[in-house]
Each structure stands twice: as C-alpha cells, then as structure tokens.
Design a protein around this ligand. Sequence first.
Ligand code: EZ4
Ligand code: CO
Length: 419
Amino acid sequence: MPTTAIASAEVIVTSPGRNFVTLQITTDDGVVGLGDATLNGRELAVAVYLADHVIPLLKGRDAMDIEDTWQYLYRGAYWRRGPVTMAAIAAVDMALWDIKAKVAELPLYQLLGGRSRTGALAYAHASGRDTEELFDSIREHLDLGYRAIRVQTGVPGLDSVYGVAASAGDGAEEGDRYDYEPARRGAGGRARPVEETWDTRAYLRHVPSVFEAVRSEFGAELPLLHDAHHRLTPREAAQLGRSLEPYDLFWLEDCTPAEDPTALRYVRDHTTVPLAIGEVFNSIHDYQTLITERLVDYVRSAVTHTGGITHLKKLADFAAIYGIKTGFHGPTDVSPVGQAAHLHLDLALHNFGIQEHMRHSEATLEVFRTSFRFEDGRLHPGERMGLGVEIDRDAAREHAYDPAYLPVNRLADGTVHDW
Ligand code: EZ4
Ligand code: CO
C-alpha cells in the first residue's frame, strides 16, 4: 500500500473567464487530488474558510478515510450546513475521492458502482430576447448534438430576464449565448450587482406562448425544460404549471423560493408539471420533506454546494427510494472539477435523470484539462484515473481573481424580489 497520509493542501484561486476556487490535496507519496470550492459571488469566503480552518486539520490525516474526514469536518464545526461550510467540505471530499480512485488506478465511477449507462443525457441552455433569436439558439444547440433543451426568453416590457444571454455569438467568447454567465465581473475594479426589473404578471402571460411556438416549430419529441428561478408564489407557480401542461415539459425548475418546502405542496396539488429544485440547497436535510412527501421529481444539487460526492451520493440514494431522479446543477460556476464529479455519479447512479451542461469557456479549459467528452447528446467522464481533471498551475496564475456579483431583482416600485 502507498503512504496515503495528507502531506499538504493548497487553495488555488483563478479567474479564466470567471472565478474558480480549487482545493489541491497531495499525499506523502505525491498523489494529487482536486476539489471544487467555487461559490459564485462569494468565492473568497470559501477560500479563507479552507485556508484558515480546514487545511490545518487535514495535514497527517489518512486520505483514504473519506467518510471519517467528512464527519470530522461537518460535526466538528458544530455549526450546521450553510453554503460556505458545505462548499469547503465538498472540496475536501472531491479531492479525497480523486486520490482514492488514483490510488486504485481506476476512473472514479468504478468506485461508485461502475457503469449503469453508456453516458449521461445532457441538456443545454437555449435563449433569445425574442422568438426568432430563441429558435436560432435552439437550432444551434440541436446542431451541436443536444437532445434536451432548456428554454428561457425575454419578456415584452422587461429589459433583461434571467437565463437570456445579452448577445448572440459562436460560443468562443464570454457573454455569448453558449456561455451565459449571470455574475458580472468588475474587470479589476469595484464590482456591483447589476439590477434587473421584474414583472410576474408579464412573465406569466408570455411564457406559455413561447412554449406553444417552440412545440409547433420543433415538434412533440424534444425534451424541453424551463427555470423560473425562485420568483413565484405557490399560487403563481401553480398557474404557470397548469398553463405549461399542454407542452409536456421535462421539468419546471425552482418555481418557488427553495427555502420553503411547504410551498411545493400547494404547487403539487394544482399541477402535474414535473418539478425540480435544489441548486441553492447545501444539505440532504433541505430535501427531507420534499422527498418523503414526493413533492419533487428531480433533485438539483451541485456536488460543490452540497458537501461533495459522499453527501450527494447519499442524497441520490435517499431520492431513489421514492422514485425521484437526479438532475445535477451544471452551470459554468461549477468548475470542470465539480462537473467531472457529476459525470462519474451520473454514469453510476441507477436513478440518474439528466445532467445540466453549460460549456466552459476556452480560457477555463486551458486551466482545467478535462477528460470528459460530449457525444450524441450525452456526456461521459472518460477513462482517466480519478476525476480525470488536471489543473495547469502556470495557466491558473495568469488569471487574477476578479470580484463578481450575481444580479439583484427589483419590482417596478423598487421592492427587492427573488433573483
Ligand atoms: O443562476 O449558477 O439552472 N441554473 C441556474 C444558474 C444559476 C447560477 C448561479 O450561480 O439557475 O444559472
Ligand atoms: Co436553475
């Protein structure tokens, strides 16, 4: 057996197109593991938490003891949950799974149970400020090989809406429609959240007509998804769900504010639209009512924001008992390391549902060298040992941290609303 004691751990902050926080753990024998700790808009809080409160506890521990390390960091903190703590624990957990799989000389999915399928069905984000732009975007994604599409559009009367890229493009530049990133950077200066204006009635009037148009143009077969981004009351969400029932959605995501599980009881009682929630959750406990009362159809956590592979696997197994599937959160703020962890789980879990896929920029992929691939609408983690991601430290150093914030939403009278 190699010596698997943890020799060192380092936090790497880099901003190749957008900010990422990565934990790198090295064992006495020189085996290196990576974990994603990126919390969009609050990145440095996790970097400091790791550097000041976690790394000093890691040195000398056996990297093989993943469950014990997880419990030690979770219960040992005393303070429960929270996105900063859980992202820090997630990064340690991912790095230790990466190391364990490298020591075993296997791609990680083999340690998670092996292959349950040939690849993970992926959905992409199509968007347009109007129907014409939206149709172009859907066609471009179909040409790229996607077989499931999230549809977001502008709303007449509103300047900008969540999920709609500011401009069109070919996918190579930041801010184009393949690389939609809501967090705005300060370009080295003082970043401030962009303020958007929201009108629920205008949105509820418009969205069904968009899905009507998309179904008549692209047919009944294509799986379509939609994200309401926590903006509706239970009654409004029920209205939206009902109005979308004729268009056979794959899911309606985050229809109500996620911290109130009882809201979904009302929604469930009034519509049969499939429901997905959880990208802002950080613990299996956030799902307890939702799963046991069968209030959702898909769990949406990201490995980075929900305590890593160990915790996400438990969540998936808990959901499986109730026939609920996974749909892990895969925006560009989940780094290629986090996305690789999703893909290993997606391949292995019996109750995999779908995987969100936002393509990382070329600049990001020059820093993070991945082995995962997209083929025929599906993602595959690849056969490299461990997670299959390497970080180019020299390239990472070329991109200094650049403060960025997610937008803030206000109603016409100035009241802050959910974004
Ligand atoms: O707004 O990842 O489904 N995807 C989403 C994302 C989130 C961002 C927040 O950092 O809702 O676009
Ligand atoms: Co979402």
